[in-house]
Design a protein around this ligand. Sequence first.
Ligand SMILES: [Zn+2]
Length: 402
Amino acid sequence: MQRGGFTVRVDIDTSPDDLAAAANRRQVREFAAALQALAADPRFADLHVEITDPLAAAAPREQRAALVAAHQAVARFQERRLRGWHGLLDERTATQILLDAAAPEVQYYEFKIAEEARVGADWLWVWLDPAGGCFMVLVQAKSAKAESRRFAVDLGYRSGKHKVLQMDLLLESSRVFGVPFAYVFYTGTREFRAALECAKPGCEGACQDREGVDVLWLAGLSADNLRMLTRPREWAHDVMERGLPLEDMLGSGGPLPPFHDLNLRNSEVLPEGLREPIAAPQGPAQTAARMVLSQISPIRMGQFSAVDPVAVDLPGGALFPQLPRDRGHFPVPYLPHVLGGLRAEVPGYVADALAGRTPPDWVTERLAGIVVVPPSGAAAGQQVAPQAPALPNRLWSPRQAA
Ligand SMILES: [Zn+2]
């Protein structure tokens, strides 16, 4: 503190409510910027401005750190709601908070119309590769719930007039896009779960007490495998056991765990050059592909059906034009299903979103929006894409945390 000067101290709250109210944050930021400009003016040399803004002042985050922060933002909001005797956040609100808190390192483009019930998909997540390719996954958000004092997750959800299984809709959408699907589960807080019972014999709630499981993801084929194999009352336990914290889509922060796949280890059926991107993935796109596969390959290892090594063609644009059609007991050939999401180039509809153009109707009709995880190294705050122009009556608008 200097003699004769005076200090203006601004503490910007980063409570979940503020995260949700992006417009409020923008106003506070503008006010803070105006104060900073004043303080920089030599005529006001005595004015000291101290601004505490954990979001703006934070060093650029790596993409994984941004996902950790997003995960924590959802957890804080859940805590606050439960303290006020409200239920858990619904999937849509939780996703909104998640994506707002992950920005700007992770960007999202929201479409205004999402007929989730009809098409069975939520968001398309796209991990960009520095070399120009990407990996894509359709992600369906799902909230856990209390069901007669039991901790429950519904993998058998049916929607619409015809009560179509949501997982079948997801599989269908995954075929349309040529990418795998996954679930993101919002499982509340440790306190919420501790008050509920786990129905898995012998578990006694240990599954609910793990670190970092408030927001976890599970590859679609792994969830499908659970749905077929285990009793509905045990789904919650199995999801908690198999799921990984959301941020682990980008690796677990350390060396990747060892990885074995029945088909990939048989070099004779391996397409040229496949082993590298999966065995030693480089960048977020390949890492995410490896992480999705690592939730599926071990299941195939445990299935006793004979390997079916015949190669099938993947849709155009896939990084690997052919892969073994082996499916084990999965509903689809699992390698083409997962690795179809790995592309040599970003598809046109993602490029549209990045460039501020409206993607075609078949895309906007099926998705709530597109999430883009840029390659690591893109500076925080630096946009991957230009801000979209105002599009009257169009379906989508890009979102950034203010
Ligand atoms: Zn359990």
